[in-house]
Design a protein. Sequence first.
Length: 272
Amino acid sequence: MLASDRNLYVVKFRNNPQHVRVLANELLATRLAAAIGLAVPPSEVIEVSEWLIQNTAELTIEQRGGALKCQAGLHFASRWVGGLMPGQTVDYLPVEQLLEVRNLAEFAGILALDKWTCNINGRQAVFQKGRRERRYTATFIDQGYCFHAGDWKFVDASLGGVFAENTVYRGVTGWASFEPWLGRIENLSPDTAWAIAEIIPPEWYGGDLSALESLLERLLARRRRVRELIMGFGESARRPFPNWGVGGEKEMGRRVEGENWVQDSEQGQGVG
């Protein structure tokens, strides 16, 4: 949709068939990703009028039993990657081009964010380049299924929130590969998260402020578990980090000084 600021946006409506909370998830997780320096599209709260909906036949949701009109009001908007002059934007690259993506290292950073926020969807990205450019840049989109989608709970799975192609993790050689993003998550000021939560329209979470506050409190408490969750993926059958230790860091386990969680590198178990 073309907004009043003359930018194109992908708009998610409150009456989408997934859950109204996916709008809150999108805004919270996307703004958190931006706060730690990851490549995500600008995200906004956008107002769509009743007049526009009634006079635009395309503003419907296709579902079983027929089409449903989009709802008027405040909705989530994600800036269309590439804008009005997109050059070339794709959602798939062959391995050879994937390895040449300018910000390939950021896939380690978005993995840390997805583990922190319990994204139960596969990691989504689009790749964009200018008309005269050879290499693509990745932009990370679709955070709606963070926080276990509409459930707002944290049930972690080793393959949750990971990219389909292991190639993007080939450059991971140790914990240093997750920096600076992992450190920024672990040291994120609670005020940053609360400030983002404050701009989420109440209708996106049914006006249940206590549920939103509980989500934020649990999310902030998870900051020091992100390494453990990354390790769960690293030790999975996917074996995503074949070059771990190339830089001399042989063990995935690491003691986090001053924190409650320690990894026993011999047993591979987290201990309190």
